[in-house]
Design a protein around this ligand. Structure first.
Ligand SMILES: Cc1cc2nc3c(=O)[nH]c(=O)nc-3n(C[C@H](O)[C@H](O)[C@H](O)COP(=O)(O)OP(=O)(O)OC[C@H]3O[C@@H](n4cnc5c(N)ncnc54)[C@H](O)[C@@H]3O)c2cc1C
Length: 458
């Protein structure tokens, strides 16, 4: 099914957020921006309304909204003020690593705290010399008995001055790069935590951004979300989950810019007419509207992909598009099927031909209603002679039998509620190769007897 229509619930979420932005955010936005001050009373009211970190699961007191739902709220709030919205949404950012990788106790304590009280939290990867290059962080985590001891500085941290707790990424050894990073929860009241001078920024001024200094901060095992070695992946997963919402925030700013520009174009007169009657101004406004619509569609699709468990849908598409344009401009001569496949995987012609044959052989086996009986030995033979292959069987009962899988091609199928989709993923042991996959539908009865493998084994 393909549908561009927001659900009734999403429309009503957007309405509430729009009203909140108009009544509570817009009246104070300019002052907060000028004074570089975050309005805690507005935040408390937003919390009361249930629009702070609303994707926290209901089990921990949250709204249990989807990532797509969240984009409807964020766009409306950002229309009012992107700075205030950044700080409100930083709670979702800080909650996400705990949601993705935390223990049940951590979720109960910290997600529960965020939903129960109007407190702020921070997420901290950035450092003076580690921004885009997250793996370059220097903040140290040293094991001491069962505890970890953290030392270092985190900078550009949203909500740092107000936060009741921080989700901090630190490394056991900077030379290990991404393999040394862990994720820790540190409470503001803990010994050794201090906050630096407020950053006086050019934009987003109503959002508090600050430095967090850690000096021999002792972190008990109960506050370790991911031990060193597992934190980098968690940080990247967190970005995956939270980035569409940053796009939604940008949409709110774009929409506001259009509305302000249209109002000004109607009001300001030159040569005896409102400037909106000049063709060049109309063109500029039309360009703004086009960019807004295109951005909004991209954001919605990315958030939709998240909810469906499709990993990096946009990166995949951009990659396909770029590779397709650069390397395979003449594929139209060889048929649409091959062209699609090559565009998807960025393959050379020879590789694509070999894969097409393999794929055709595999397709002969699907759908196979007896796969349930054989699923325990999912060791599908390598498709590529002499090369070993990884296999994994993944399905989750909790989410209506939809499949989540680390393989982008495998999750490109929609979930089928009446059936269980068992995805057998065959991944070549070749760095950078796009995994090849086959999809097999089995009936629900049989699938219930299958072992549930939560994580692919690679
Ligand atoms: C308002 C605000 C709030 C923030 N809140 C937080 C927060 O809550 N938590 C947190 O951890 N961090 C936060 N940050 C920091 C933010 O994540 C970093 O600013 C960001 O990661 C970029 O890092 P940087 O500023 O060091 O830029 P750099 O990494 O130094 O990049 C400089 C420029 O080089 C480009 N560049 C870098 N690498 C490449 C590459 N490989 N290829 C091409 N171009 C490249 C970048 O796009 C950029 O234009 C915040 C920043 C701001 C401005």
């Amino acid at each position: 099914m393909f549908d561009f229509e927001a659900t009734e619930e999403q429309k009503s979420l957007a309405d509430s957020a729009r009203r909140f932005a108009k009544e509570r955010i817009m009246p104070v936005a300019a002052k907060c921006d000028a004074e570089s001050k975050f309005p805690m009373d507005v935040f408390a009211a937003a919390h009361e309304l249930g629009i702070v970190a609303p994707t926290i699961p209901a089990a921990f007191g949250g709204g249990g909204l989807s990532d797509l739902d969240l984009t409807f709220i964020t766009e409306e709030l950002a229309y009012g003020c992107s700075g205030i919205t950044t700080s409100i949404n930083a709670n979702t950012l800080a909650a996400t690593p705990i949601k993705l990788g935390g223990s049940t106790e951590q979720k109960k304590k910290y997600l529960g705290w965020l939903t129960k009280e109007p407190i702020l939290a921070s997420y901290a990867t950035s450092e003076p010399n580690a921004g885009s290059d997250v793996a370059g962080m220097q903040c140290r985590a040293r094991k001491d008995g069962n505890d970890w001891v953290l030392n270092g500085t985190k900078c550009w941290i949203t909500n740092a001055s107000h936060a009741s707790f921080y989700v901090i990424f630190a490394t056991e050894n900077p030379e290990l790069k991404h393999k040394g990073i862990g994720c820790f929860i540190i409470e503001r009241a803990q010994k050794g935590v201090s906050v630096g001078e407020h950053e006086d920024k050019l934009g987003q001024r109503a959002s508090d951004t600050n430095t967090v200094m850690l000096e021999d901060v002792r972190v008990p095992a109960a506050q370790v979300v991911a031990p060193p070695g597992q934190g980098f992946k968690l940080a990247m997963e967190t970005f995956n989950v939270t980035r569409p919402d940053i796009g939604a925030l940008a949409c709110g700013v774009m929409k506001r810019a259009i509305d302000e520009s249209v109002a000004y174009a109607k009001e300001r007169k030159t040569f005896g007419v409102p400037i909106g009657q000049h063709q060049m101004i109309q063109q500029m406004l039309a360009d703004m509207a086009i960019r807004y619509e295109a951005t909004r569609l991209l954001v919605k699709r990315a958030a939709w992909g998240l909810d469906k468990g499709i990993r990096n849908p946009d990166r995949l598409l951009v990659r396909q598009g770029l590779r397709g344009r650069q390397r395979h401009a003449n594929d139209h001569r060889r048929g649409p099927d091959l062209r699609r496949k090559r565009l998807r995987e960025g393959l050379s012609r020879r590789e694509a031909d070999a894969r097409r044959e393999d794929f055709a052989n595999l397709r002969g086996h699907e759908p196979d209603p007896t796969v349930g009986d054989r699923a325990k030995h999912v060791g599908v033979k390598s498709l590529h002679d002499r090369r070993p292959a990884w296999t994994a069987l993944t399905f989750q009962r909790e989410c209506e039998f939809s499949v989540r899988c680390a393989c982008p091609t495998a999750v490109s199928l929609p979930s089928v509620p009446e059936q269980v989709l068992v995805v057998i993923t065959i991944k070549k042991l070749q760095m950078g190769a796009t995994p090849l996959s086959i999809h097999v539908a089995v009936d629900r009865e049989r699938a219930l007897q299958l072992p549930v493998v939560q994580k692919p084994q690679w």
